[in-house]
Design a protein around this ligand. Structure first.
Ligand SMILES: Nc1ncnc2c1ncn2[C@@H]1O[C@H](COP(=O)(O)OP(=O)(O)OP(=O)(O)O)[C@@H](O)[C@H]1O
Length: 257
């Protein structure tokens, strides 16, 4: 595997009772790419994300992250290994401030641990200051610095999604997995989101994106995989995938676009 491959997934299958949600799915994502995962409702996109981030155990499949074997297990370990994600249904700590939400993400990379937090050791204090500063920088980076001290539930929907991205970035991930980041956004928010994702990519981060907004996916992604009924029916550049008859049929078949 060449050095610039961030994630290599092979042969992932997952069954729920009688339903085969994923069949032999594999993707390779290179550093700095925005990689799209698309498909009609129920195609298996979220299941793939959940397998990748340790929420579901796959029935089969192998994973490599940054050239090393990677076994998605507990969510905390996944973040430590270098994958951060956002969720289709925003999962912020509603009563915590925006800043605190990002600081929670950052704690994945700290060393003082619970002991330091409880006894407020000197090392803990210095680390906490650094975390606060970094969290503020990240809020500025995603464009919501002015809301640092607002409770997250008071932020607009679009801003909450940005906050989730800031929290994901706080773990210094090799790969950021965004689960429908544009869901529920208005046109202006979508443009801003696009700019933000572009900026994250330019900063040499790697992004895996599930998104229903095909226009956004086609405009942003370097490569795309299309799932349908848990099977990978196409893989390639957006231009290649758009022309693929299987893809056209899958989308027309469900009336989605
Ligand atoms: N925990 C679960 N138990 C049983 N079935 C599940 C579970 N999670 C997902 N499924 C089923 O697996 C299939 C794939 O679902 P999944 O949520 O991965 O699709 P999706 O492509 O993310 O769809 P959407 O675009 O609607 O979010 C669906 O038929 C779904 O009902």
């Amino acid at each position: 595997m060449s050095n610039d491959t961030v994630l290599k997934v092979q042969g992932v299958s997952k069954r729920f009772g009688g339903l085969q949600a994923l069949t032999d799915v594999g993707i390779t994502i290179r550093r700095g790419q925005v990689y799209g995962l698309i498909g009609p409702n129920g195609a298996g996109k979220t299941t793939f994300f959940n397998v990748l981030t340790g929420l579901y155990t796959p029935d089969a499949g192998s994973f490599e992250l940054d050239g090393k074997p990677y076994k998605p297990q507990a969510v905390h370990q996944v973040a430590k290994a270098g994958i951060a994600r956002t969720f289709q249904n925003i999962r912020l700590f509603a009563e915590m401030t925006a800043l605190e939400n990002v600081m929670v993400g950052r704690h994945v990379r700290t060393h003082s641990g619970l002991f330091g937090a409880i006894f407020r050791t000197r090392g803990f204090k210095a680390e906490e200051d650094a975390i606060t500063q970094r969290a503020r920088e990240l809020l500025d980076y995603v464009g919501i610095g002015k809301y640092a001290d607002f409770r997250s539930r008071t932020l607009s929907y679009g801003d909450q999604r940005r906050l989730e991205i800031a929290r994901a970035l706080a773990t210094d991930p090799q790969l950021i997995a965004l689960d429908e980041p544009a869901a529920g956004m208005n046109a202006t928010e979508k443009v801003q989101l696009r700019e933000l994702i572009d900026r994250i990519r330019k900063d040499n981060r790697t992004i895996l994106l599930i998104e229903h907004d095909v226009k956004l996916v086609m405009g942003l992604c370097d490569r795309v995989t299309v799932l349908d009924y848990g099977k990978q029916i196409a893989e390639g550049t957006p231009a290649e995938v758009q022309k693929n008859p299987k893809v056209i049929e899958a989308y027309l078949g469900t009336g989605e676009h």
